[in-house]
Write a protein that binds this ligand. Sequence first.
Ligand code: DGJ
Length: 324
Amino acid sequence: MKKERMDMTLKNGEIWYDTQGNVLHAHGGHILLHEGVYYWYGENRLEDIYVSCYSSTDLVHWTFLNHVLTMRSPARENRVRGDLKLTNQNGGRVNIERPKVLYNEKTKQFVMWMHYENGTDYSCAAAAVATCDTPAGDFVYHGSFRPYGHMSRDCTLFADSDRAYFLSASRDNADMHMYLLQEDYQNVEKLSGAFWSNEYREAPALVKKDGAYYIFSSFCTGWAPNQCKYGRTDCLEKGFGLLRKVGDETTYHSQPAFILTVAGTETTSYIYVGDRWDGRDYHNSRYVWFPLVFHEDGSAKIIHCSEIEIDAVTGRMEWVECER
Ligand code: DGJ
């Protein structure tokens, strides 16, 4: 279905289209700001595609750039990990979820981490890595693995001022693990934290504000939405303390994908980007972008709104708040 997108408002839960009028598929994704351009990477399960990439400078009009990871993606030549194939034993699809991309200044590489499964029962529970020397080129697949043998499902990446981290749900989702990445971001260097033991958190999304780190996550209920909770810390390696509820019991019918920081000329805004999954028809899943407000006392609030307008230059946002 094709449609023109005319105005500057993002309407939560509606079908979003790219600038060519095609449905925008970037589920469970991540936005990377690089040299003034926002790149939105996310899952696309149509045909032989795994990850698609779109770009925007205004955060509203998204131009499709490339299917950056597909069943035909090139594999890294020098074999460093077990599987270098993005197909199953029958030549069919594997399952790639929650792709996240960081830019590595030292290697000048764009590095993607993701959740990899080669069946439908989620028993593979592995992470996978791919790299590219341009933001939206054909990423080269490096293979999948379990970090230090640990199960690894829902995941995210986070770049701090000096180092970067990969976080993923481990031990059948019971624990959240945080791995310090090697300097090139292409492998883990150490397990630097295991927290929320037996809390079964999925969909981690991390953001830093004024020196404090906040991590948002969901509980495990398949495609059905549940209560988002967050933790806060001043030091990543100390863990995130107690989980606190944010939003309502379904997080306004969404699950965290990532937190977008918009640092403008007038202010810095934070946006909770969530997936509104359609469990019966995955391709019909939608997005919600909600303002995320941090209070002086360290608490966070997700504002439930039906639409949002973001000025990517000034950083200001406006929204139409929902009554409940
Ligand atoms: C919840 C996860 O967060 C999603 O990425 C996906 O794996 C679904 N579960 C599958 O049920």
